[in-house]
Write a protein that binds this ligand. Structure first.
Ligand code: NDP
Length: 277
């Protein structure tokens, strides 16, 4: 009997996850034989569920809200980008039986911006809204692209300044509350808050987006998010949501597990066409 390699995404809630669909499309496209399922795993069951998954022959896991920090703690070793972000979204079984943790969210976002949308980061004034797990994951890969400045703005101002302090050795980063955004301008505004999930918008002053600037919401849905709509109302050259990032971070995880890089464009196009129909 041939055993099929098993992968899964753990999260809570997980019912609406697109990851199984995306990984099955990647597998089909690259001729890989594998299984990928979604499993509802609350935080208190994380440790035992991951241990059982790998003990039963699982090869790799994605971890999403609220499990990324727990996955960071679980991993035996971590890539440099995961080390800095203190959050892991990809666990991979290694040849020696140990578990490697990586964070592919940031590289997924940067790939979507640069390759799929031709939005440059080099020399740009970039603003990230939110100082939670998603923010942590994207700061390092964004700084690597040498922006002119990177600002983190957050409802709880202390969290933004603490996060900026953690990364300050890597580049020109500062963090503060929304009130300090008054009279400032940015070429790219990234919404990494979870406000969109409840149809809300952080308090953003008029004139925040520079002429010709772009907006990107890490959240995504079948309808434009509140922040994507804000971008359009504020004359963004492009106002995008995070579907492309989702597919790109999945492609990076697939590459870590299988050593094969799937084409992302056809998968993004398919998922986009489905939400438009
Ligand atoms: P966290 O819960 O870790 O952080 C949430 C952040 O949002 C905090 O900074 C919080 O501020 C802020 N926030 C929440 N509600 C509001 C509000 N009403 N107004 C202003 N700020 C608010 O969430 P994550 O960082 O894990 O996720 C953030 C978003 O990124 C989610 O929408 C998620 O879906 C998306 N995401 C998308 C990915 C993709 O592949 N496209 C990958 C990963 C995440 P405070 O600190 O003050 O509480």
């Amino acid at each position: 009997m041939t055993l099929v390699d098993r992968y899964a995404v753990f999260g809570h809630p997980i019912k609406h996850s697109k990851s199984p669909r995306i990984h099955r499309l990647f597998a089909e496209q690259t001729g890989q034989t594998l299984e990928y399922s979604a499993q509802e795993v609350p935080a208190e069951q994380f440790q035992s569920s991951v241990a059982a998954f790998f003990a039963e022959g699982g090869k790799g896991l994605n971890c999403t809200v609220p499990l990324k920090e727990l996955a960071w703690n679980y991993a035996d070793s971590k890539t440099e980008r995961a080390q800095f972000s203190k959050a892991v979204n990809t666990l991979a079984l290694q040849a020696d039986g140990s578990i490697l943790g990586d964070n592919t969210d940031g590289i997924g976002l940067v790939t979507d911006l640069l390759n799929n949308h031709a939005i440059p980061l080099l020399g740009m004034r970039i603003l990230i809204l939110g100082a939670g797990g998603a923010s942590r994951g994207i700061i390092g890969p964004i700084i690597e692209q040498s922006p002119q400045t990177l600002v983190i703005a957050n409802r709880t101002a202390d969290k933004a300044s603490q996060l900026a302090d953690e990364f300050h050795r890597q580049g020109p980063i500062t963090g503060y509350g929304y009130e300090t955004l008054e009279n400032k301008q940015f070429d790219l505004i990234l919404n990494a808050t979870s406000a969109s999930l409840s149809g809300q918008l952080p308090p953003l002053p008029a004139g925040l987006l520079a002429s010709g600037g772009n907006c990107y919401d890490l959240a995504y849905g079948n309808e434009p998010t509140a922040f994507v709509r804000w971008g359009l109302e504020n004359h963004a050259a492009k106002s995008l949501d995070g579907l492309g990032m989702l597919v790109e971070q999945a492609a990076e995880a697939f590459f870590i597990w299988r050593g094969v890089r799937p084409k992302t464009q056809p998968v993004i196009e398919l998922l986009n066409s489905e939400r438009q129909s």
